[in-house]
Design a protein around this ligand. Sequence first.
Ligand code: PHE
Length: 354
Amino acid sequence: METTLQPELQGHFETAQARIAAATSAEELRAVDRDYLDKGGVVAGLLAAIPTLPPEQRRGAGQGANQLKTAVLGAIDVRKAELEADAIQAARSGKGFDPTLPGTPMRRGSLHPVTRVTRELEDIFSSMGYGILDGPEVEIDAFNFERLNIPSDHPARDMHDTFWCKVDGAERDSDMGLLLRTHTSCVQVRAMEKLKPPFRVVVPGRVFRQESVDASHEHTFHQMEGLVVGEGLTVGHLIGTMKTFLREVFQKEIEVRLRPGYFPFVEPGFELDARCPFCETVGAGCKVCKQTSWVELCPCGMVHPSVLKLSGIDPEKYTGFAFGLGLSRLVMLRYEIDDIRHLMGGDTRFLSQF
Ligand code: PHE
């Protein structure tokens, strides 16, 4: 640095500069700053001595002290910039990296509860010899209804409040027969098209219904369909399958009962209830079964002969059973979630609990 320091101040500056040049940390630079520029420092001492000087020297001494101050400050700034540049360089080259320091914590994601339960059920059914199938969420009327024994004038259609897809040129949305599937049963038809009996499959997936949404109704929810077709299958196989499945889920023997239920694609059709698996632990006042000791598990039944026939399977030779597990309901039971809207709500305060 170019200085016009008075000769007697030059010594001070050189000492300061030697310390500044030798400094390897911001801390050392702060120490020089303190010794020269703070109260009680060298510059302050020079200023304090001014009144004792003969008047004609005072002005020059004041200027000199200020020049020394500016020179020291400037030298500190230059060295500070050098040290910062060195630190950046070292960080880039990996030098000066301390592997023992704790790292920046990473936020961890987690699986959606529906995904968890789906995977768990897939594992159980795979271990029972089932294949896992997928189907499109935008489905044709034929697979969602017609081929399941629900023709266009069938009253059962009213139960499925269907979202019809708008298709250009159609007078009404339903005319082109494109819809958001109202259940996973349409994949039964796809399975029968594709696979030769005997076969057993489960189909997890999203389904859609035009519902007024509340704590127990959602327009988008999840089901897991099961379909088994083979020779000599009976209601006994259906019950045995559901009991095996429940034993795997709850790790204990669970009693089941069948009530009659009507679905056009099964005959006979049932509602299958399971003995409430929570009562034992919760005792009286169980909220899950509302103290009835039974929980509705799934609609099911023997595949209707017409449904087999419509898919080119000989109902004289083959029989089958089907069930429709309410996946969303199972997830709610499993994690004690009391409002179905949480499942598809996307609220991270809910999701981060899993
Ligand atoms: N698909 C039917 C529904 O969603 C349930 C069902 C599936 C019934 C399989 C019988 C057999 O209402």
